[in-house]
Design a protein around this ligand. Structure first.
Ligand code: HEC
Length: 415
C-alpha cells in the first residue's frame, strides 16, 4: 500500500506545485513586462507611475500604475499573493514527501556522508531558514544601495549553499535544496516584505496620509530579485530528472554558472521590454555559461569521462552503502543470487556507474543497480518501476519475463 500511496501522493503534490508555480511565474513575468511598458501620461507624470495599453483575448486593456498609491483607496482591489504562497507550500510539502519521506532513496548518499533521515531533514529545513536570514540581512544592510555588490553577495551565498549541500546530501538532493533555498527567498520576499509594505501603504492612504515612497521602492526591488532568480530556480527544480546536471563533483560550479545564465537572460528581456534596446551580449554570456556547465559535467562524470576517452580516477569511498538506516545487512542478505541474476541481466546494463547501454552517459536518475547493497537501497523504487508497474525496463527493452518480475516480488515481500 505504502509505495502506491507514495507514488500517487508525490504525483498529485507535484501537479499542484507545477500549476501554482506557472500561475506565480506567469504573474511575475507579466508584471515585470507591464512595469517596463508604462509610459508617463498627463494624469500620471514621469516618476509617479504610468500607463500601458494592451490587447489580449479580444479586448483592449488600459492599465495604470500609481507610485506609491492612488489618491484614494479603490473599492475593489486585487492582491497577488496566493500564487506565491501556494507555490511555496506545495513545494515544501513535495520536498518533505520526496526527500525526507524517502530519504534513503533520494536524500542520503552514503558515498557522500552517512546521516540519518532525521538529521538530513533537520539540515535541509535549517538551511532554508538560515538562507532567508542571510539573504534578508544582506538586503537590509548598507549593501542595499549598491546593487552590484548586493548581487555579488547574493550570488556568493547561493554558491556557498550549493557547495555546503554537496558535502552532506546526494547530488540530486543538493541541487534541489539549492533551488529550495532560493525559492524560499522569493516567497519570503512576498510574505515578509512586499505584502507588509503594501498593507502599510494602504493603511496610510485610508488614514488620509501619503505613504512612504521607500516602501514601494523596497517592494519593487524584491520583486525584481524574484524575477532574476526565476530561471535558475526552475533549472534546479527540474534538474532531478537529469543526473548529468548534479552528479558532477563540481556541481556547485554548475549552480553558479546557471545563476548567471538565467539572470542575464532575464536582463535581456527586462531591458528590451522597457524600450532600452537589445543587449545581445547577454546571450553570449548565457551560452558561454551553459557551455562551461556542460563541460564541467563531462569532465567530472566517470561514465562520461570513459566514453570520451579520458582517464577515470576511482574514488575510494570509505562509507559502505549498508550503513544507511534502512539498508541493514539483513536486507542486503535478502538480495540473493536469483535477484541479482534478474537485475544483472535486465537492469544493470543501464543502471551501472558506466552504463553499457550506448545511449546513456550516466546511470539514469542516479539509480545504481550493480551491487546487492545498491539493489537493497533502491528496493522500494524497484517495486514501483518493475513490479507494481512495468515502467522498467523501458518498453521492456531487455525482454524481462513475467516470472522474473515475480522473483522480484517474492524478494520484496520478504523485505
Ligand atoms: C535501457 C536502459 C534501462 C534499463 C534496461 C533499465 N532502466 Fe531503469 N531507467 C532508465 C532510464 C532512462 C530511467 C530514467 C527515466 C526518466 O527519466 O523518467 C530509468 C529510471 C529508473 C528508476 C528511477 C525512476 C524514478 O522516477 O525515480 C528506477 C528505480 C529504475 N529505472 C529501475 C530499473 C529496474 C529495476 C530495471 C530492471 C528491471 C531497469 N530500471 C532497467 C533506463 C533503464
Amino acid at each position: 500500500m505504502y509505495p502506491i500511496l507514495h507514488e500517487w501522493g508525490g504525483f498529485l503534490i507535484r501537479w499542484t506545485h507545477v500549476v501554482a508555480a506557472i500561475a506565480w511565474i506567469g504573474a511575475s513575468f507579466y508584471f515585470m513586462h507591464l512595469d517596463a511598458s508604462l509610459r508617463a501620461i498627463p494624469a500620471i507624470p514621469a516618476g509617479k507611475g504610468g500607463e500601458a495599453w494592451e490587447v489580449h483575448g479580444g479586448g483592449f486593456y488600459q492599465v495604470r500604475k500609481y507610485l506609491v498609491a492612488p489618491d484614494r483607496m479603490p473599492e475593489h482591489l486585487i492582491w497577488h499573493k496566493w500564487q506565491s504562497y501556494s507555490t511555496w507550500l506545495s513545494g515544501f510539502f513535495l520536498l518533505c514527501w520526496v526527500y525526507y519521506g524517502q530519504a534513503d532513496l533520494y536524500l542520503i548518499d552514503p558515498a557522500v556522508r552517512v546521516i540519518t533521515p532525521a538529521t538530513g531533514a533537520f539540515i535541509g529545513l535549517g538551511a532554508l531558514a538560515l538562507g532567508w536570514l542571510i539573504y534578508d540581512g544582506l538586503n537590509r544592510s548598507a549593501l542595499a544601495n549598491r546593487p552590484l555588490i548586493l548581487a555579488s553577495a547574493v550570488f556568493a551565498t547561493v554558491v556557498a549553499f550549493a557547495y555546503g549541500f554537496q558535502q552532506v546530501f546526494s547530488g540530486r538532493a543538493a541541487m534541489l535544496h539549492t533551488g529550495a533555498v532560493i525559492a524560499t527567498w522569493m516567497t519570503g520576499n512576498v510574505f515578509f516584505v512586499i505584502m507588509p509594505n503594501q498593507r502599510k501603504a494602504i493603511a496610510e492612504l485610508v488614514a488620509g496620509r501619503v505613504p512612504n515612497p521607500a516602501w514601494g521602492k523596497q517592494a519593487k526591488n524584491r520583486s525584481s530579485h524574484n524575477n532574476y532568480l526565476t530561471l535558475p530556480v526552475l533549472f534546479f527544480m527540474l534538474s532531478g530528472h537529469y543526473p548529468l546536471a548534479w552528479s558532477s563533483s563540481l556541481s556547485w560550479m554548475i549552480v553558479g554558472l546557471v545563476v548567471i545564465a538565467g539572470g542575464v537572460v532575464r536582463h535581456f528581456f527586462n531591458v528590451r521590454n522597457a524600450g532600452g534596446g537589445d543587449r545581445w551580449w547577454t546571450w553570449g554570456v548565457a551560452s558561454a555559461c551553459v557551455a562551461a556547465a556542460v563541460a564541467i559535467s563531462v569532465l567530472t562524470s566517470p561514465g562520461v569521462r570513459e566514453r570520451v576517452g579520458l582517464a577515470v580516477e576511482r574514488e575510494a569511498t570509505t562509507a559502505s552503502p549498508t550503513q544507511t538506516a534502512s539498508v541493514t545487512p539483513s536486507k542486503v542478505a535478502l538480495v540473493d543470487d536469483t535477484v541479482m541474476g534478474v537485475i544483472g541481466s535486465r537492469c544493470s546494463m543501464c543502471h551501472a556507474p558506466e552504463p553499457l547501454w550506448p545511449d546513456l552517459a550516466a546511470p539514469p536518475k542516479g539509480v545504481l543497480l550493480d551491487t546487492p547493497e545498491h539493489v537493497a537501497r533502491f528496493a522500494s523504487a524497484i517495486r514501483t518501476q518493475a513490479v507494481l508497474t512495468h515502467a522498467m525496463p523501458p518498453n521492456n527493452i531487455t525482454d524481462m519475463q513475467p516470472e522474473e518480475r515475480q522473483e522480484l516480488a517474492r524478494w520484496l515481500a520478504a523485505q
